[in-house]
Design a protein around this ligand. Structure first.
Ligand code: ATP
Ligand code: MG
Length: 140
């Protein structure tokens, strides 16, 4: 079944000039882009986005990072795109990420790890709605 996920090219990925590289991988994987924009999140917006991590020790730091510069946020659609996108991304910690994954190749830090991807249909629905309204999602 076709599914949608929210992907973010995080501020470190944008700063390192990796927008094209990441999009290329998504297109090669057959993911269709149904919405995309640049956003420079405020601290409050980053806190809202990562609200599930509010109690985690890294919450303060990761929300500073996510509001430190522009990101590219996009909605991808494909069969099983949630898990397939997370496979392309690799593990949160780039040191544990599989060879050839985005984080293994480009991340330099457990926090500044280039990309975000929703981890379940429920979080995808929340995260897509956080950045896009229905009119901004194209019909394929
Ligand atoms: P994301 O949600 O960004 O796709 P993820 O699902 O792989 O990443 P989460 O556990 O949801 O990982 O953590 C959210 C983000 O918080 C991570 O991508 C990373 O930027 C940061 N983070 C996670 N764990 C740590 C940590 N131990 N130290 C510092 N930052 C962390
Ligand atoms: Mg996550």
């Amino acid at each position: 079944m076709k599914e949608r996920t929210l992907s973010i090219i995080k501020p470190d990925g944008v700063a390192k000039g990796l927008i094209g590289e990441v999009l290329n991988r998504f297109e090669h994987a057959g993911f269709q882009v149904v919405a995309m924009k640049m956003v420079h999140m405020s601290k409050k917006q980053a806190e809202g986005f990562y609200a599930v991590h509010r109690e985690r020790p890294f919450f303060e730091s990761v929300t500073d990072f996510m509001s430190s510069g522009p990101s590219v946020v996009m909605v991808l659609e494909a069969e099983n795109v949630i898990s397939r996108n997370r496979e392309l991304m690799g593990a949160t910690n780039y040191k544990e990420a599989a060879e050839g994954t985005i984080r293994r190749e480009f991340a330099m830090d457990i926090e500044k790890n280039v990309v975000h991807g929703s981890d379940s249909p429920e979080t995808a629905a929340f995260e897509i709605g956080y950045f896009f309204n229905a009119l901004e999602l194209v019909r394929l």
